[in-house]
Write a protein that binds this ligand. Structure first.
Ligand code: NDP
Length: 256
């Protein structure tokens, strides 16, 4: 029988293909039903949970699962693996423990959406954590490789755009307000989905630095899901605001 490590790698690859299929399937479904949270939140998708604890709880597995796997993974002690895992964990440290507590008057999250997000974070937390703690192997000098450097730079710029854009959105509302306004400034001058553009750039940068099937699967899945959400938001803005900037693109500055 093949060694356990081979079986583990094969299973990890299969899970990565599964993630891409999940993302593509979701994008197809999202053409008909917008992801039911935030402005599209609906009681049809289960009892409403307050936004802050829902975000914190659903994102937590993507922080805790990789940390647990890193504690016993054979490859987690090597520098490239350690830095790449650190980037993933840093993102989810912010997403699970900082972002939820900054939300202002966020719409409740239906239970079904919460559950899907929670399962996604368990799945992906396991996939990225396992791959970087056990299977990803890098040549000596990988930290100076143009692939690693360009990927890490993109990851950093993407994360900065994501956090800055979420900050702009949050500050559109005065205390107590729950309505929507036209976002202005930063990357919103170019695209309606500036926060999503940042997150997508971040995970494609991560994939370039990791060079693993698992990280590429996550980047593609993010593109499928957040690309659909950006398109829905763009359409929604055009319908809601007559003075919405007509030259603003959906997701990719000057292109789409
Ligand atoms: P949205 O842009 O839909 O909303 C972000 C926050 O800003 C919400 O609190 C929302 O309030 C508020 N907001 C948005 N637009 C306006 C506006 N025009 N006027 C006033 N307030 C506004 O983002 P998501 O909630 O979908 O995502 C939040 C973060 O999570 C993003 O950074 C995203 O990249 C990330 N994410 C990542 C995913 C992944 O697959 N990796 C999946 C989903 C999200 P309200 O709740 O009331 O609408």
């Amino acid at each position: 029988s093949p060694p356990r490590c081979c079986c583990g790698r094969r299973r990890s690859r299969l899970l990565a293909y599964g993630l891409v299929a999940l993302g593509a399937g979701s994008a197809l479904l999202l053409r008909f039903v917008p992801m039911p949270y935030g402005r599209y939140s609906s009681p049809r998708f289960g009892c409403p949970l307050p936004a802050r604890p829902a975000w914190a709880l659903q994102e937590l597995p993507s922080l805790l699962v990789p940390l647990a796997l890193a504690a016993c993974g054979a490859a987690a002690g090597r520098w490239p693996n350690r830095l790449l895992l650190g980037g993933f964990v840093l993102h989810y440290l912010h997403r699970a423990l900082i972002f939820p507590f900054l939300i202002r008057q966020g719409k409740p999250t239906p239970f079904f959406t919460f559950l899907l997000a929670l399962l996604f974070c368990v799945y992906n937390g396991y996939l990225q954590g396992r791959s970087l703690s056990n299977y990803a192997e890098y040549p000596s000098g990988w930290l100076k490789d143009p692939c690693f450097i360009a990927g890490e730079l993109r990851w950093l710029v993407g994360m900065a755009i994501n956090i800055h854009s979420d900050h702009i959105l949050r500050n559109l509302r005065k205390p107590g307000e729950t309505g929507y306004k036209i976002p202005r400034g930063g990357m919103f001058e170019y695209v309606s989905g500036a926060n999503f553009f940042g997150e997508i750039l971040e995970w494609f940068g991560f994939a370039l630095a990791c060079c693993t099937i698992e990280s590429l699967a996550f980047a593609l899945c993010t593109l499928f899901i957040l690309g659909s959400r950006a398109k829905q938001h763009h359409q929604w803005y055009l319908e809601k605001f007559e003075d919405y900037p007509k030259d603003r693109k959906i997701l990719i500055p000057f292109v789409y």
